[in-house]
Design a protein around this ligand. Structure first.
Ligand SMILES: [Zn+2]
Length: 315
């Protein structure tokens, strides 16, 4: 596979016409990544080398500066997005959280996000982040290689459950299983903290069905669409066609996520993969905008206020 991705030159226009056709006011993409540049470069290097946690050739579609990537997202009609940093070792989360807070201050259409790691200070800095108005947490059990049931996280889960703030948890077995990944530990987490607002990243791939079951059982479990349904993912981890009815029925619990900019195909393709499911326009609108708007309490006002949000480049 070539290590670059061909992007349509009129991609923004194509995306916005898809949204206009459906009367969808804007996109809220809960799963995107903006990181300190040295960290992002390492991530890109890792993907380029098809490191063991990735498992296959994975060119990055959207490189360039933060400002360029912000302008790209806004041009697509993404009104809200996230920065989603995550540590792979101790003593890193607080630094990442400070960076994410600064980034959200500078770019008000970026959701305030924070992360954590099993370490003695975790309970305290998570409470500080909640008090500071963080809107979404991220935890990456595969990259962090930790057990989400580590007692050092008990206070974190309890604080998150009490706050109602969603945590996007990459704990499924895709793209490559980790020592502590899989539906089992995530189900146990929900059994221990049944009111935790948990967003299973990547629809829990490859165990989509079991994660749909989890969402049916626990009303505060959501699934983000990140990389799901795309040709790239379907090749290795196809969504089971016999669960489409459940996916449709759980339309209130599915949230748009993409992994922008670290994707090996155009953003347009991630959206077309969702449109290709053949769901109703109402379902699509909930998934692409309304569910996240309700969950996060943002952008509740209706459609006609202009698509691209504050400072959006419409070029
Ligand atoms: Zn991600």
């Amino acid at each position: 596979m070539p290590m670059s991705v061909a992007l349509p030159s009129n991609e923004a226009e194509l995306i916005r016409s898809r949204l206009d056709e459906r009367g969808i006011p804007a996109l809220i993409d809960i799963h995107t990544h903006f990181m300190p540049m040295p960290v992002l470069r390492k991530v890109w290097g890792y993907f380029a080398a098809a490191g063991p946690l990735v498992g296959r050739a994975w060119p990055i579609a959207y490189q360039g500066s933060d400002e360029e990537r912000l302008a790209t997202l806004r041009s697509f009609g993404v009104r809200r997005f996230s920065s989603l940093n995550y540590p792979h070792k101790p003593q890193m989360a607080q630094w990442l959280n400070e960076w994410s807070a600064g980034f959200a201050d500078a770019h008000p259409d970026c959701l305030r996000s924070a992360t954590f790691y099993p370490e003695p200070e975790a309970g305290e800095y998570v409470r500080v982040a909640i008090a500071d108005g963080v809107q979404v947490f991220k935890a990456h059990v595969q990259v962090g290689a930790y057990d989400m049931h580590d007692p050092l996280l008990d206070e974190v889960w309890a604080a998150l459950e009490e706050s109602g703030i969603p945590v996007i948890l990459h704990g499924g077995d895709g793209p490559v299983p980790g020592e502590h990944t899989g539906v089992g530990p995530m189900r146990r987490l929900m059994e221990r903290f049944p009111d935790l607002t948990m967003v299973a990243a990547h629809m829990g791939m490859p165990d989509y069905g079991e994660f749909l079951d989890l969402a049916s059982q626990f009303p505060r479990v959501y699934l983000d669409t990140t990389m799901a349904f795309t040709a790239f993912t379907e090749e290795a981890m196809p969504f089971p066609k016999d669960r489409l009815d459940d996916l449709e029925a759980l339309g209130d619990r599915v949230l748009l996520g993409t992994d922008f900019p670290n994707i090996p195909y155009p953003y347009l393709h991630a959206l077309d993969a969702i449109f290709g499911l053949g769901m109703s326009v109402e379902w699509e609108r909930k998934v692409l905008h309304d569910n996240a708007s309700g969950l996060l309490g943002v952008d509740r006002q209706s459609a006609s206020t202009g698509a691209a949000g504050s400072g959006g480049s419409r070029s």
